[in-house]
Unconditional design. Structure first.
Length: 220
């Protein structure tokens, strides 16, 4: 964000001491992307995303924050989309497929980042677990799907990956207000799309996330 976007800029997230000061007195923190492009090159991820994420965690720890919600990304497991049936689903090639008949990708599956951006997010998840287990900071990581200005699919893939504004707001609220016993968690952030490729049963069970929207409603 920059001044004029309707947000007060109080610290550079690559400046740890400034971030600690900014976090003092806060119970809850949401850490969003630095360079939000899924195509961000290595130099940008190294210079922006990784320092910003690590500083957010360290600053939250030092400032006494209770919980940090980390905006991770579906790109942590993006290479699964080269495998069937996911490759066909994201292309919209549904012939011979049953949306209830294939196994959805879970947060227990091995990470398979599809680029530097995904690697940076995977590092953030790992660092979040460390802070949760060693420094008593509750960290919830959200592997967010597709969020766009329109709140509706722009192409075939997004009928599987869409996260509407309404569902995103609910997901964030559930993450911030989940039981203090939720010390660490990774959850996929996606609407209740008929053709979604990611499993959200753990988010339903652990943080009471119940998405209301289905991208199918936008088909014409």
């Amino acid at each position: 964000m920059v001044p004029g976007d309707g947000v007060d800029v109080v610290a550079d997230s690559t400046d740890l001491e400034a971030l600690i000061d900014a976090f003092r007195g806060a119970r809850l923190v949401v850490d969003l992307a630095a360079d939000p492009s899924a195509d961000a090159p290595w130099w940008s991820v190294r210079a922006n995303n990784i320092p910003a994420t690590l500083n957010a965690l360290e600053a939250a720890h030092r400032a006494g924050v209770e919980r940090l919600v980390f905006a991770s990304s579906n790109h942590v497991t993006g290479v699964y989309e080269r495998d069937e049936p996911y490759a066909s689903v994201v292309k919209g090639a549904y012939e011979g497929l049953d949306p209830a008949g294939f196994r959805r990708i879970t947060t227990s599956d091995p990470i398979r980042p599809d680029g530097p951006y995904g690697v940076g997010k995977a590092l953030g998840e790992a660092a979040g677990r460390m802070y949760a287990e060693l420094h008593d900071l509750s960290v919830i990581c959200l592997r967010i799907g597709t969020v766009n200005a329109e709140g509706r699919p722009r192409g075939a893939r997004q009928f599987a990956t869409l996260l509407t504004h309404q569902d995103l707001a609910q997901l964030m609220e559930r993450s911030l207000t989940a039981s203090p016993s939720e010390r660490f968690g990774i959850f996929y952030g996606v609407s209740a799309n008929t053709w979604r490729i990611w499993d959200i049963e753990d988010a339903r069970a652990r943080i009471a996330y119940e998405p209301r929207d289905d991208a199918e409603h936008f088909r014409t």
